[in-house]
Design a protein around this ligand. Structure first.
Ligand code: ADP
Ligand code: MG
Length: 325
């Protein structure tokens, strides 16, 4: 658990880059911080691993103040991925990934096996890549190695600062998909900074929207879409095309979600109502603003249930694929 208590950062004694932040990030949560350039995202992130000192307030990690941790111990247990690929150019991929495990004095065999597993997990053939230098990899491949390196020593927390923003759209999409898979597999606390709402919607368990050093809204993607706190938040979604995103304008129907695998099992929480698979997304949306789950009927049979998360992820997916729906 990471807890911010009245945390502020002042670089110049005049403006607060981060202003009285109160925030709790739960263990295992994928927590996304989003907001326009200069709103304090990077500062917030770097205060967690003490790359930046706070001016006021306290940050706790598992109930202990971060200032009380040994700095090396703290850094080694927090993986960090940056926007710019920061691999060491003179070292091989294997050597780059091994840095923190070696600092932690893991034995050679354990490190080697770990690297094999990690490279495989992001689709890089270990024997092909381990002895290459970073310059022999594409941008997307290097960034994958950056992600893997942050995971290498099995940290409990991973901080990611716009890790995919320098990539071309295809590499970016692939890495986002890797992240979705990794997220399910590794169950780590991930704090992920982005300025891309589509990315935030796709990855975040919760999204924290910042403006001028303050939190504007912090909630699940579904709750924010259902209930944007003000025009700033609403506009942020608009910029991501999420509204135009044709919940209201597209030809997609409920069936399209189901066909793409967005469906849940029938539990005992659903009411008696159902929606037909031929219905529009607009209809589904309006139901899901009132009900947590709704059963789906296709060919006279109830085939499963949908919730707002399914809908949001489907729409986010389409936005990425089609530019807009
Ligand atoms: P973001 O990551 O959201 O773009 P930052 O956290 O990098 O924002 O910056 C927040 C504010 O703090 C900005 O106004 C920026 O100019 C200022 N700032 C960031 N780093 C420094 C620094 N080292 N010295 C002075 N001001 C800084
Ligand atoms: Mg930044």
């Amino acid at each position: 658990m990471i807890k911010f208590e009245n945390v502020s950062k002042c670089y110049d004694n005049v403006n607060k880059a981060v202003d009285s932040l109160n925030l709790t990030i739960e263990k295992g949560e994928f927590f996304v911080i989003i907001g326009p350039s200069g709103c304090g995202k990077t500062t917030t992130l770097k205060m967690i691993n003490r790359l930046i000192d706070l001016s006021e307030g306290t940050i706790y990690l598992d109930d202990k103040k971060i200032s009380e941790y040994n700095i090396h111990e703290l850094r080694w247990n927090i993986g960090y991925v940056l926007q710019q690929i920061a691999l060491f150019p003179h070292m091989t991929i294997e050597e780059n990934i091994a840095i923190v495990p070696e600092l932690k004095k893991w034995d050679k065999k354990k490190i080697k096996d770990r690297i094999t597993d990690l490279l495989e997990s992001v689709g890089l053939e270990p024997e092909k890549y381990r002895h290459r230098k970073p310059s022999e990899l594409s941008g997307g491949e290097q960034q994958r190695v950056g992600v893997v390196r942050a995971l290498a020593a099995d940290p409990n927390i991973i901080l990611m600062d716009e890790p995919f923003s320098a990539l071309d759209p295809i590499s970016r999409k692939k890495l986002q998909q890797d992240m979705v898979k990794l997220k399910k597999k590794i169950n780590k606390t991930i704090v992920f900074v982005t300025h891309d709402m589509q990315e935030a919607l796709e990855l975040g368990d919760r999204i924290c929207i910042m403006q001028e050093g303050k939190i504007v809204q912090c909630d699940t993607p579904e709750a924010i879409i259902n209930n944007p706190k003000n025009d700033f938040v609403r506009n942020f979604f608009k910029s991501a095309n999420v509204y135009r995103a044709s919940l209201f304008e597209s030809d997609y129907s409920v069936k399209d979600l189901v066909d793409e695998g967005f469906i849940g099992e029938i539990g005992d929480k659903e009411g008696v109502g159902y929606v037909n698979a031929e219905e529009s997304l607009e209809k589904l949306f309006s139901i899901l603003t009132k009900e947590e789950n709704i059963k789906i009927k296709q060919n006279e049979k109830i085939i499963g249930t949908l919730n707002m998360e399914h809908l949001v992820k489907f729409v986010a997916n389409k936005l990425e694929k089609d530019g807009e729906i």
